[in-house]
Design a binder for this molecule. Structure first.
Ligand code: 13P
Ligand code: SF4
Length: 360
């Protein structure tokens, strides 16, 4: 039962002590996140992994790209030196916990796009920006080409950083975060062609559209956040006068444009925490987080923005059974499901990740 599993987890945690750090993303289910030592959005979790000094194992309750990022940051040369070369083991309780958005951009496709872009524009003045929701190989690509990683909480500052260094941005894999952020900076849709990696040439664009671009967006999206529609916003506004719409910037432009607040999972939490009792919200992000916010704030009226269930099936793969299994193996010095980014990829990803951590 869940109770038994929870007891096994707490028992293992007590024995492992400070050697173990459990990190949890806000989209994790309640029963799992309760066991996390620290929780956060993608940016905060990266910072926490980068600053973890005492632990020798990080169990990541989140998805694959987050665990890769934690491995790169926790085991960067500077940190390894302080531990006489001893690595922190990073563990993903279920290896099938991926991210469908991250899977929409493969490194070969990005390299091919870059080469094709180079036929029509000066890519030495183009800055590649990858959303943290991407494979480490894409982060390494950005590290090698003067680029950077962004998260949903620092995307605008990252674009500003990019335009201080170049004329144009190549943004992957989430077209919505890229578009919603660029729009706040006065860039127009006409200046944002979308690159379709499955199109025959130039990502399905005319050469002129690429020449005129300020941002080339990748044709990727989050399968969870694309479910929120402008009709849902209209329905809530009609039924509950005065209701505020709070969304994640992975939502499509039509939704993001008409929302009252848009931000990362931490910003969503903070926005509700700071609102007065009686405030009405319809929130457009992953179901488990919305349900938790609802439970934690009975003094406010909180609704889920979509009439259909939008939950992240891969985040949900992390459950108590997998967590208990990884911890009990750690107790006998077995590292199951290790996430270990190869040294060359880690080296170049780190360049782009360190830039991300500096830009806020
Ligand atoms: P943040 O927690 O950084 O807002 O990210 C949301 C998300 O979709 C993670 O996959
Ligand atoms: Fe990926 Fe979307 Fe799930 Fe986040 S919510 S992990 S972007 S599929």
């Amino acid at each position: 039962s869940n109770e038994e599993l929870s007891q096994r987890i707490e028992k293992a945690k007590a024995k492992l002590g400070k050697k173990l750090l459990i990190l949890g993303h806000h989209y994790q289910q309640d029963e799992v996140i309760e066991h996390a030592d620290l929780r956060g959005d993608s940016y905060q979790l990266s910072q926490l992994a980068a600053n973890s000094d005492e632990c020798r194992a990080i169990v990541f309750c989140g998805v694959h790209f987050m665990a890769e990022t934690a491995d790169i940051l926790a085991n960067r040369p500077e940190k390894l030196a302080t531990r006489n070369g001893e690595r922190v083991s990073v563990i993903l309780p279920d290896m099938a916990a991926g991210c469908s958005m991250a899977d929409m951009a493969a490194i070969r496709q990005v390299e091919d796009a870059w080469d094709q872009l180079g036929e029509v524009i000066d890519t030495s003045r183009m800055i590649p920006v990858t959303y943290i929701n991407s494979a480490a190989s894409l982060k390494a690509f950005c590290g090698k080409h003067g680029g950077i990683v962004c998260t949903s909480s620092n995307a605008a500052a990252v674009l500003k950083w990019a335009y201080e260094r170049g004329d144009r941005v190549f943004f992957f894999p989430d077209q919505h975060l890229g578009r919603n952020t660029a729009l706040t900076m006065g860039i127009t849709n006409a200046q944002m062609p979308v690159w379709d990696p499955y199109a025959e040439e130039f990502g399905g664009n005319t050469e002129q559209a690429l020449v005129d671009s300020k941002v080339v967006l990748w044709k990727g999206h989050c399968s969870v956040h694309q479910m929120f529609r402008p009709e849902h916003v209209a329905q809530f506004r009609e039924k509950y006068p005065g209701i505020k719409i709070l969304v994640h910037p992975e939502c499509p432009q039509e939704v993001n444009d008409i929302a009252d607040v848009s931000g990362s999972t931490s910003k969503i939490l903070k926005t509700v925490e700071e609102a007065p009792p009686g405030t009405k919200w319809a929130i457009g992000t992953e179901l488990h987080l919305v349900n938790r916010v609802k439970k934690e704030h009975p003094e406010q009226e909180i609704h889920f923005l979509s009439p259909v269930v939008c939950m992240c099936a891969t985040m949900y793969r992390i459950d108590l059974a997998h967590l208990a299994w990884t911890l009990e193996n750690l107790l006998v010095d077995e590292v199951v499901n290790p996430i270990h980014v190869d040294p060359d990829t880690a080296k170049y990803s780190l360049i782009a990740l360190e830039r991300m951590l500096e830009v806020r």
